[in-house]
Write a protein that binds this ligand. Sequence first.
Ligand SMILES: NC(=O)CC[C@H](N)C(=O)O
Length: 188
Amino acid sequence: MAKRIGVLAVQGAFAEHEAMLSSIGAECRELRSAADLEQKPDALVLPGGESTVQRKLLMESGMLAPIKSWIEEGMPVLATCAGLILLAEHLSNDERTCFKTLPVTVRRNAYGRQLGSFITEAEVRHIGMMRQNFIRAPYIEAAGPGVEVLSETDGHITAVRYKKQLALAFHPEVGPDTRLHEAFLRMI
Ligand SMILES: NC(=O)CC[C@H](N)C(=O)O
């Protein structure tokens, strides 16, 4: 049976994740309001976008607490960019934490204005070299015990796994490379 992925769809790059996941056989369901949480998915995607807006909409819609419980209970989650910010236990330059299920310290908009967006090639552990797309990206300043570092660029951590949480500063949903999404589906 196809794996059912709940994709947070309040703001940001959710459609790209849905297209990629559908192309590799998963079934996506958009999570826009508390009513969409009645059917529990097998896994979650928290897409890129603007984390402060996503956080506000999560609080207003009543989805924050139930989604946090799902993650704490071990539901696999793939988080990219703003999604990583939502998962982080600590933010070094902002007070607006959200789910706080991932024991890392994240810096928002970490690459500054000059280098706000860029593409690089870097190794991702268990996968290999990947073209990585950074869009006004955060990076991970510190990772707590039990957090596996999967990728680094210029000395900064850009991808981690902690239990069933896979979190990336870059955007694997952009472009033709489906390996990361395939690895995520194997975590379910
Ligand atoms: N591409 C992204 O998701 C950027 C994240 C955004 N800069 C934020 O702080 O929320």
